[in-house]
Each structure stands twice: as C-alpha cells, then as structure tokens.
Design a protein around this ligand. Structure first.
Ligand code: NAP
Length: 397
C-alpha cells in the first residue's frame, strides 16, 4: 500500500518565538513545513533545524502586511512542497500605548498585520483545502483578543478581529473537512514580552526583571507560558478533526508539564478499511483526562423512565444525561471517544435508525467516536421500560 501523503504546513512568523516552536513541533510530527517571516536569517535557521528532524522544509521571506508578498510565499510553498494542508497564522506584532498616544498608523499597522494578514493568507490557501476536503487553519490570537487589557487598544482590537474571523469561518466551512480554531495565550516567554518589558522599563523606571515578573503575575498561573505549550496545543488541533471554531485559552493556569500534555486525539480511518460512516475505526488519545461513564439510561433524576416504549425519545434522554455527566467533568460531547450502545431490541433500534441519527447529530454534531451497538435481549425487566443503555469513555482536554 502506498504511504499516505505527507501533510504540508505553512507557519507565518516562524522565524522565532511561538512560530519557531510550532514549526519544529510540526516537523517532529512528520509534516513538511514552510517557515515564513521577514527576517531571512531566522527563517533559514528554523527551516534548517526542521530538515534536521527528517522532513522537507522551506525558508520564505514573507511580509503578511503585503498582499503580493503573501501570493509569492503561497506559490513558492505549493511549488516546492505541495498545497498547504495546515496554515498557522502566527505572525503578529504588539505595541502598547494609551489610546490618546496611539497614532492612526499604529492602529492601521496592527489591523493590517494581525488581522488582514491572516485573512489574506487564509484566502490564498482555503480553496485548495476545501477542494481536498482536508485542512487546518490555526490562528494565534491572544487572551487580549477575548478580554482586552489596558494600553493595547490597537493590539486588542486586531486580535478580537482574528477571533471573529476564526469563529465565522469555522461555521462557514463546518462539515467540509476543514477546521478553523484560535489559540489565545496569556503572556508567553518570547521576544515580544522581552521588548514589552524594555518598554515598561523605559516608561516607568521599573527594572526589566520587575516588568517581566509583573506580566507573569497577570497570567492566572502566575508564570510565563512556554512557547512549547502553545506548540503542543497547535499540534493537537492538527490531529483533531472534531474541534472547530474554538478559541482555546492558554493562561498558564495548569503547571507547565500538564499544559504541555494538552489532549491530542488522532482519528484512525485507514484507507485500506471499509469507509467509516457514522463511526470511527479507531481513536488514539494522548494526554488529557479520561472520563469513564457507565449505565446511562433514559431515566430522569428521580429514577423515572422517560419515553417508555419509544426508543427515539429514550435515545434523546440518554444523550441529555450523557451531556450532563461529561459537562460535570468539564468536557463536552465532542470529547467522547468510545461509545457502546446496548439495546433491548436491535431490530426496532435499526428501524428507527434515521430518527436516532437525527438526535445523534443534534447532540454530537459531526463527531463520530468509535462506536459499538450490542443487542442485549434480557438487559432489563419489561416493567422497567428501559430500551437502551450507554457506556464508554471521553478524553477531556
Ligand atoms: P515574536 O517572538 O516577536 O515573533 C513574531 C514573529 O512574527 C516573528 O517571526 C516575526 O518575524 C513575525 N512577524 C512579525 N511581523 C510580521 C510580518 N509583517 N510578516 C511576517 N512575519 C511577521 O513574538 P511571539 O510571542 O512569538 O508572537 C507570535 C504570535 O503570538 C503573535 O501573533 C502574537 O501576537 C501572539 N501572542 C504572543 C504572546 C506573548 O506573550 N508572547 C501572547 C499572546 C499571543 P519578522 O519580524 O522577522 O517578520
């Protein structure tokens, strides 16, 4: 059997900091990477390191503030490595000043680089992703793109725009093999933070170390986030086909080790097997927290059977109960990895397949765990009225 094609990633701002770490994590995971930014020497160094990990890599000069530069970089990537499967919109700038001291050019620069740039690069690669029915767009936004912060109106507005782009595009492409997500980190240990600390030093007279420490304290975990933690989340998003339209917060709240163990789900539907319709052949989990659930039947909180004799109504109640259990553990139904459905009357269940499928999609969307249907004729007493039961497990982020 021919080896599956290697995926191709384009990482903007891949020359240093978070982008460098993401480019190398993707190369380590077996992707070919195009590393793009304005500083030639930096992108060449990262591309050389990526090649050292065994894959193909390309260094590209790119200014995401310039449409022609974007067109050239995308064309060069396609010519050298093939069409882009994974786009990481990471290039970004951050300058701080009170609003009254923010010149219109500063505002324009942030919007152009942090929001219009990702829009243009995405526009250049999305058509080919949709045509191949596989793609990942990962936008490196910021906590500030969700909540705001003082003295960074231009930066905050541009990152809010990037989160908005993420959410709207995710809905637009849902169900077509392409996912669009944003990662929203707090302060990360990169040049961007070091130059902010120098700026604070110059403006306030506080020392560089004090300025860094004050930024670390703003993160809920009281520490700076490591670029590798952001890269681990980006890699998990590449492997996850279920998450779409999310703005994933990374605030240093978890200890470094735990955060770098961010959940990864990899769905295995090998082309040599029968096409998996409505289920997944195999799901591999790495990191995350496992939640086992059992005995979910169509009973309400007082133990009364809901929808007696109606397998569709009971399936809905089971989904409802399951959602409650997973939510209590901090997850959602998209985290369910393995599901076994035991039914009293398999023939009746199959007869109602269409209606049950509609309820399933209402709760689970297009997320298909590894699923098993078991007919168990003497599962319950007739008096109990339960027609089905569910158990399985979820892998929570
Ligand atoms: P960094 O170390 O300054 O790296 C930024 C990267 O973006 C560099 O490779 C830079 O390379 C590139 N870049 C900047 N302007 C560009 C342009 N016009 N065209 C192409 N590339 C450009 O900063 P970082 O912390 O890794 O930041 C990466 C992303 O994470 C940014 O979007 C940032 O907003 C976001 N973020 C950072 C933090 C943080 O605390 N560090 C927190 C939340 C979000 P050149 O200058 O050579 O072009």
């Amino acid at each position: 059997m021919a080896a599956p094609p290697r995926r191709v990633a384009l990482v903007t701002g891949g020359g240093r900091g978070i982008g460098r770490e993401i480019a190398l994590a993707l190369a380590r995971a077996g992707l070919d990477v195009a590393v793009a930014a304005r500083t030639r020497a930096q992108v060449e160094a990262v591309a050389a390191a990526a090649r050292g990990l065994g894959g193909r890599a390309l260094a590209l000069e790119l200014d995401v503030g310039d449409g022609e530069s974007i067109a050239r970089a995308v064309a060069a990537t396609e010519a050298a490595l093939g069409p882009v499967d994974v786009l990481v919109n990471n290039a970004g700038i951050a300058e701080s000043a009170p609003l009254l001291a923010t010149a219109p050019e500063v505002w324009d620069r942030h919007v152009r680089i942090n929001a219009t740039g990702p829009f243009l690069v995405t526009r250049a690669v999305l058509g080919a992703m949709l045509a191949r029915r596989w793609g990942r767009v990962i936008n490196i936004a910021s906590l500030v793109g969700l909540h705001g912060a003082p003295y960074v109106t231009a930066y905050a507005a541009s990152k809010h725009a990037l989160v908005g782009l993420t959410r709207a595009l995710a809905l637009e492409v849902a169900g077509r093999g392409v996912t669009v997500n944003a990662i929203c980190p707090g302060y990360v240990a990169t040049d961007l933070v070091w130059s902010a600390a120098r700026h604070i030093e110059a403006k306030t007279g506080r020392s560089f170390d004090e300025a860094v420490a004050s930024m670390a304290r703003i993160n809920p975990g009281g520490r700076l986030i490591e670029p590798a933690e952001v890269a681990a989340v980006a890699l998990a998003l590449v492997r996850d086909e279920a998450r779409n339209g999310e703005a994933i917060v990374l605030d240093g709240g978890a200890p470094a080790q735990e955060a770098s163990m961010a959940r990864e789900l990899q769905f295995h539907n090998p082309p040599g097997l029968m096409k998996a319709v409505g289920y997944t052949h195999g799901v591999e989990t790495r990191g995350g927290r496992l939640l086992f659930f059992a005995g979910q039947v169509a009973k309400d909180k007082d133990g009364r059977t809901v929808g007696k004799g109606d397998v569709v109504a009971q399936f809905r109640q089971v989904c409802e109960n399951l959602r409650t259990v997973v939510a209590a553990a901090g997850g959602q139904l998209g985290d369910v990895v393995k599901l076994t459905i035991y039914v009293l009357d398999a023939d009746e269940y199959k007869r109602q397949g269409k209606a049950i499928g509609a309820v399933y999609r209402e709760y689970f969307g297009r997320h298909f765990p590894a699923m098993t249907l078991v007919g168990a004729r003497d599962l319950y007493d007739a008096a109990d009225g339960c027609l089905l039961e569910i158990d399985g497990f979820a892998c929570l982020p």
